[in-house]
Design a binder for this molecule. Structure first.
Ligand code: NAP
Length: 288
């Protein structure tokens, strides 16, 4: 790692809690590899201190930062500019400083798409099925729409929340048609899709034997489909293990995590960043 000197510039992540964030690991690995004079630090910031903290960041010349729970929406009114992507997702995860003030975007969309873009898909022919309708599902919907999917299916357990989710895009430039379903309709949706994405936390530690999709339903997944789990540990999740048994392509959440981080670091440093180094640092740290 570069020696921290009087010239070292500050990057970081704000959240509460922030102790479990993996971002410092991958960003500082990339910074060390590039031999640039930056350091990436976690900043635990309580809800009630957000505004003061951001004013302080300006005062001490922080170059940029990531935002995690619970500040992803609350940060928006404190920014002078918000990207169209972040407006569509309804959340900001990356901020950088300009002469006009703080600007924000959402790199989760780019992160989610990164491993899919490597597969050269015919997006017009794909109707993704997204399990869950929380914050991460929003970035997935925007990503699939940006790539040209004509229709997107979202599966949730609460009809009212699903309707709200759909309504939230009513006056937005979302190009895809968004349809919402409850879990009892999953079997039909799974058999008709080439892209099945889990955005629920089902399968995370400690319930690592659980999958959001019953084994019988997973048998309906086409062998040439892609199963994408946003969870990154365990690796693979039960959901991805089932999909692999079907012969499907499995993508884990680590790729999205790396992709959103790489997109943020590129914005701050204004140069290409070593994605392999970021991936390796996380794999080593997580022991996967
Ligand atoms: P969130 O906003 O809380 O959304 C979770 C969604 O899952 C909600 O729709 C929730 O339904 C649903 N859900 C939760 N438990 C369920 C259950 N037992 N049965 C059915 N549905 C259930 O969380 P999030 O921020 O979207 O994150 C979701 C997952 O994505 C987490 O595992 C997170 O670690 C992962 N993630 C990964 C990345 C990455 O970079 N790889 C980025 C973001 C998130 P209700 O609304 O009905 O409660």
């Amino acid at each position: 790692m570069q020696l921290i000197t009087g010239k070292t510039k500050l990057l970081g992540v704000i959240g509460d809690p922030v102790e479990h964030s993996l971002s410092p690991v991958m960003h500082n690995a990339a910074i060390a590899h590039l031999n640039v004079n930056y350091v990436y630090v976690p900043f635990p910031i309580k809800r009630e201190n957000l505004e003061k903290a951001i004013a302080g960041f300006k005062a001490i010349n922080v170059v940029g930062f990531n935002i995690t729970i619970p500040h992803k929406q609350a940060i928006i009114p404190l920014l002078s500019e918000v990207s169209q992507t972040a407006k569509m997702v309804g959340a900001v995860n990356t901020v950088w400083r300009t002469d006009a003030g703080w600007c924000g975007t959402n790199t989760d969309v780019e992160g989610f798409l990164a491993p899919l873009k490597a597969l050269s898909l015919d997006w017009q022919q794909i109707t993704p099925v997204i399990l869950g309708n929380g914050g991460a599902a929003r970035a997935v919907v925007v990503g699939c729409s940006e790539m040209g999917c004509p229709e997107i299916c979202v599966v949730g357990r609460d009809r009212a929340k699903l309707e709200q989710f759909k309504q939230s895009w009513a006056n937005s430039p979302l190009k895809a048609a968004l349809n919402v379903y409850t879990w009892n309709e999953l079997a039909r949706l799974v058999s008709n899709t080439k892209l099945l994405i889990n955005t629920t936390p089902i399968g995370m530690y400690p319930k690592i034997d659980e999958s959001p999709v019953d084994a019988d339903v997973m048998k309906k997944l086409s062998a040439d489909a892609i199963a994408y789990d946003l969870i990154y540990t365990p690796n693979p999740t039960q959901f991805l293990a089932q999909a692999k048994e079907r012969g499907a392509i499995a993508i884990d959440g680590l790729e999205m995590l790396i992709g959103q981080g790489a997109a943020a670091l590129k914005l701050w440093l204004q140069q290409e960043v070593p994605i392999d180094v970021m991936r390796r640092s996380l794999r080593e740290y997580l022991n996967i």
